[in-house]
Design a protein around this ligand. Sequence first.
Ligand code: ATR
Length: 289
Amino acid sequence: MPDAVTASTRKVGLIGWPVEHSFSPAMHNAAFSKAGLDWVYLPLPVQPEPAAVEKAVSGLSALGFAGANVTIPHKLSVMPFLSEISHTAQTVGAVNTITVCPNGDAVGDNTDVYGFLAPLKEYETTLEGADALLLGAGGAARSAVYGLALAGASRVVILNRTVSRAEKLVREMREAVGGLRLEVIPLKDTPAAEDCQLVVNTTSVGMHPLTEDSPLPSDFGWRPSLLAYDLVYNPRETRFLAQARSAGAVCINGLEMLLFQGVKSYEIWTGTRPNIETMRNELYQHFAR
Ligand code: ATR
């Protein structure tokens, strides 16, 4: 963020409801400051009614915004009001980043898939041809399934409490994931860990305040060669990750996905790479408070 916001300051923001507690303004403004960019990131509370969403999206161009992030509950509801939607956003069925083109068109994209994959980058060799267990079948699971397909995983077993919801996800994503094999089983029938390399939790189980809960049984066979990835970020170390860590598994927490979806949005808007440590520090401090 610049010391003074002027008429030439470029504007981006976060469309959501509520947005008071969002980490995004602090994270992006810290990165703009670090880079010396005359940009500002503003919270943009938009009420849930479709009419409000339509006005907000067209208002971006009218007010000279360069773009916006989109969060709950608007990731789907902005879609009818966009001029174009990227292949990734269509595939996962959600928009979290809007860019306003010079002609005023608002284009929707999804950086959650990038955000999911970026923290796994250093384990790329593990993911190629890998078998994964994926817990959950909601919106976050869609980004994870598509990310794993892009990373060249061979098979994803989706475990969900509501099996029909996971089956729907598979029907809707089958075409987009190419050769990736997708299977569905009930969450309570958790299979042995033997044949998989990665376990991803996309359910909300373990999230504050029910931090003693884990989506996996306590005798799940964690081992050091397994990668555990929890998309829950509050608390940073969930019961799921604590169980994995105590067995020596490699752990990735949910703040990393939040960080990298923001990194990608910043890149799309500014055309430059942000200082990742600055963004990470700001994000981790926000959640430490
Ligand atoms: P998100 O967009 O974050 O993925 P969501 O779409 O509400 O959120 O999905 C939440 C996921 O957590 C779902 O897979 C949900 O399971 P159901 O499809 O059966 O509802 C899962 N989930 C939430 N609470 C759960 C619980 N107590 N036990 C097991 N799974 C749970």
